[in-house]
Design a protein around this ligand. Structure first.
Ligand code: CP
Ligand code: NVA
Length: 307
């Protein structure tokens, strides 16, 4: 069976730890591994805009000895004239792996079901698992561990980033506290899954509408845009609903004294985070953005060995 990475728990806790440690090792010796020597080609498909994901996959595939083939959906047949299944059949005969940023998780599942080469989720409406690998690498670099730490997520908790924090951090044995206004809390399905994973790995899950409660004594404070790609029509309403959920210096002061701040980026200063916090001493967002490269290289190298 081909291994894919469509969501955070497509890997075990042990595999996640192996990939995180491998990313840290590869960061220290950037051109040491060449699983795509040949060079083999990796397809990277975008149905949504991107800076970090586009750059880090292109650079990472090159670092690994391969050639990135960036396909913007606007210029391919995918989704308009040709089905996902037929696209998978064409790609699997020519590329080593398929990386796809899209809307519906079902599309990724269909791609994977029809592909003999690994499919990687580069963000869907439901999950952003590559971002979480990079965040966990950053957390391990900053604290020397992941298990036992407390991460607080404040903002839109019914989006891909909140879902991925809940599941990936639970897998890493962390305590996850999520805070959002009512109506923007994670789905029961995601919370139940995260609680089961947390219980099995020594972590815990807290869901609250009080941001101060979530952030209390947290080691890591994170947020994300209030208006994810595809939700633009709700932008004005969301800015009103989320106005008490900005991560500012006052909220950060409730976290642990040596807490760090992370954000997957792009960030909207003055909305989900104040400029003082994201540009301040506790912020690790540029280290986090760089770690997309190292985390995804470790993931791709690891997947190449599983299949
Ligand atoms: N964090 C992230 O995925 O950024 P991009 O949307 O720029 O790829
Ligand atoms: N939740 C955001 C993440 C961007 C990297 C979005 O989906 O737009």
């Amino acid at each position: 069976m081909t291994r894919h990475f469509l969501k955070d728990d497509d890997i075990t806790a042990k595999e996640q730890a192996v990939i995180i440690d491998r990313a840290i090792a590869m960061k220290a010796d950037r051109f040491s591994e060449k699983p795509f020597a040949g060079p083999q080609t990796v397809a990277v498909i975008f149905d949504k805009t991107s800076t970090r994901t586009r750059v880090s996959f292109a650079v990472g595939i090159s670092d690994l000895g391969g050639v990135p083939l960036i396909i913007d959906s606007g210029v391919s047949q995918l989704g308009k004239k040709e089905s996902v299944a037929d696209t998978a059949k064409v790609l699997e005969r020519q590329v080593a792996q398929i990386v796809w940023r899209t809307y519906a998780q079902a599309g990724l599942e269909e791609m994977a079901a029809n592909s003999s080469v690994p499919v990687i989720n580069a963000l869907s409406d439901m999950w952003h698992p590559c971002q979480l690998l990079a965040d966990l690498v950053t957390i391990k670099e900053c604290f020397g561990k992941t298990a036992g730490l407390t991460l607080a997520y404040v903002g839109d908790a019914n989006n891909n980033m909140a879902n991925s924090y809940l599941v990936a951090c639970a897998l890493a044995g962390m305590n996850v506290a999520v805070s959002a206004p009512s109506g923007f809390l994670p789905s029961d399905e995601v919370v139940v899954k995260a609680k089961q994973i947390a219980e099995a790995n020594g972590g815990s899950i807290l869901i609250t509408t009080d941001p101060a409660e979530a952030v209390s004594a947290a080691d890591i404070v994170v947020t994300d845009t209030w208006v994810s790609m595809g939700m633009e029509a709700e932008a004005d309403e969301r800015k009103l609903r989320f106005k008490d959920f900005t991560v500012d210096e006052e909220l950060m002061s409730k976290a642990s004294e040596d807490a760090i701040f992370l954000h997957c980026l792009p960030a909207y200063r003055g909305l989900e985070v104040s400029a003082e916090v994201i540009d301040g001493a506790q912020s690790r967002v540029w280290q986090e953005a760089e770690n997309r490269l190292h985390a995804q290289k470790a993931l791709m190298a690891w997947l190449a060995e599983q299949n």
